[in-house]
Design a protein around this ligand. Structure first.
Ligand code: NAP
Length: 488
């Protein structure tokens, strides 16, 4: 069986910042792959807009280089490369000024009825000015969609201001706030597993689940981005968006249908049900860390260029959801840089059977692991009989569903998250995008934690590069009689 490709209509996509890092590494390769698979029609137009002095040919040469760097040679036959590069164009536009806007409007004028998307792959300070100028140039019709990506503010106030700027010119139904974690196959599969199978939902609650662990571990440090990163930190960069989105999808009630607002309403209810972590709890329920220097590279503070930096590049915290489904089953979140491995997963730890009938054998709780990276897939750890005549001995064994293996030989590869998300923008499907109120609610939960850290004046705890984070992060779970899964 080969996955069905449902083509999207012909579209015009303008990428502001089309010459930047995100465009070159992710967006251009994603669009190329969608065209090559027959999903994006070959008469779609993709325009890059930036200040650099380029023309169509110059941008095509840049895009060719990007594809050569980020797409394997076997996936780049000349015919497909030529067809894709012919779809590209460049308009010199200054987001903060007047230059280029008439030219952009002229380039798009002959196809007023197509879905018209503007991907704002630029610094967030440009989102407002660009939105204003898109509308001012007469490009803001009902088929216009605006795509933005994190950072969506650096606190609640900033997020509100940004939402207000965008709302001045566009309706919420035209705004696509990307969290690329939601474009991952496994994350969507979490919803399929929960809501398309009758098996899990009856046990998806604190009566049967002991706790949930969400880990997003990175093996690299902040490197050359240190100074930039030091202005945000792990809470703002990872927890407020990616980890909270994963928490929401794991914890939300079944929406009545897989529809943008139904799904986002349920996610919002989860965020609003999170117990606040105030000054009285930051010492017990949160841990911050900074990696030490060593064979893997300089320390965090050296990378950040500030020996007195108080910014965390590691966070572990215990989140409690006060509702009937989850009261008593905490969610432990952890993310950090320069850890033992690059690994992201959601692990649902079920309770152990209440009584073992097998003498001398312990029955452990099942663990359902949704792995985002590497090797996207889902594993259910089960207890079974150790095969052979040696009596009734029990062992734990995983039921493994690694998607790459499952898809092998079927002519289907794992799509990058951006491939799925950009096609959803063109289709006009907002289900996997964050709504403005969700983003604000997430900041409203995170802000007091950051404020309490700042108020305490304490330094994040140092941890060894290549390890599992600070000792106190282990204690955060040990105190509750639980332990983190290994970062591997
Ligand atoms: P980048 O490499 O610095 O690229 C910025 C782009 O914006 C360049 O194409 C630049 O081109 C253009 N630009 C800057 N000022 C402009 C202006 N006044 N008018 C028009 N164009 C202008 O940044 P990036 O890494 O691609 O990131 C873009 C956005 O995505 C940022 O908000 C970032 O936080 C977010 N993001 C990036 C990543 C990633 O992996 N890179 C991941 C998640 C989110 P000119 O200089 O030629 O104008």
């Amino acid at each position: 069986m080969v996955a069905r490709i449902i083509p999207v209509p012909s579209f015009d996509l303008t990428v502001f910042g089309g010459t930047g890092d995100l465009a070159r590494r992710k967006l251009i390769p994603a669009l190329y792959r969608r065209m090559r698979d027959g999903q994006a029609p070959r008469d779609a137009r993709i325009l890059a807009a930036a200040r650099s002095d380029l023309d169509d040919a110059g941008f095509r040469a840049m895009a060719r280089e990007a594809l050569e760097e980020h797409v394997p040679a076997a996936e780049r036959p000349a015919e497909d490369m030529d067809a894709f590069l012919a779809m590209l164009g460049y308009v010199k536009v200054d987001a903060m000024g007047t230059e280029g806007w008439d030219a952009l409007a002229e380039r798009l004028a002959d196809q007023p009825d197509r879905p018209r998307a503007f991907y704002l792959s630029v610094a967030p300070s440009l989102f407002g000015p660009i939105a204003e100028r898109i509308a001012g140039a007469g490009l803001g019709g009902p088929n216009t969609r605006i795509v933005v990506e994190k950072p969506l503010g650096r606190d609640l106030e900033g997020a509100r201001a940004l939402n207000a700027q965008l709302a001045e010119h566009f309706d919420e139904s035209q705004l696509y706030r990307i969290d690329h974690y939601l474009g991952k196959e496994t994350v969507q599969n979490l919803m399929a597993i929960r809501f398309a199978n009758a098996l899990f939902e009856p046990v998806w609650n604190a009566r049967h689940i002991d706790h949930v662990q969400i880990t997003v571990a990175e093996s690299l440090g902040v490197g050359g981005r240190g100074e930039y990163y030091d202005r945000s930190g792990a809470m703002r960069d990872m927890v407020q968006n990616h980890l909270m989105q994963l928490l929401c999808l794991t914890a939300m009630e079944p929406p009545n249908m897989f529809d943008p607002d139904a799904v986002r309403d349920e996610k919002l209810k989860v965020i609003r049900a999170l117990d606040p972590i105030g000054p009285g709890h930051i010492g017990t329920d949160t841990v911050r860390g900074q990696y030490r220097g060593g064979p893997l590279g300089p320390s965090y503070v050296e990378d950040a260029g500030d020996p007195d930096s108080h910014t965390e590049c590691f966070v572990a915290l215990k989140a409690e959801i006060s509702n009937w489904r989850w009261a008593g089953a905490p969610f432990y979140l952890r993310t950090g840089k320069r850890l033992r491995a690059r690994m992201s997963e959601i692990a649902i730890q079920f309770k152990a059977p209440p009584h073992s009938i097998f003498e001398g054998e312990t029955c452990h709780g099942n663990t359902l692991v949704i792995r985002l990276q590497p090797d996207e897939g889902i594993t259910l750890k089960m207890t079974v009989k150790d095969p052979g005549p040696g009596g009734m001995r029990l062992i734990e064994t995983p039921l493994d569903m690694t998607f790459a293996k499952a898809l092998e030989g079927r002519g289907v590869s794992m799509p990058d998250a951006y491939e799925r998300l950009i096609m959803d923008v063109i289709r006009g499907d907002q289900t996997l995008f964050m709504r403005g109120d969700e983003v604000e609610a997430a900041w409203a939960w995170v802000d007091p934690i950051i404020a309490a850290w700042e108020h305490s004046g304490a330094h994040p705890q140092p941890y060894d590069s290549g390890g599992s984070g600070p000792e106190d992060a282990l204690m955060l779970m040990h105190r509750d009689g639980r332990r983190w899964r290994e970062i591997a």
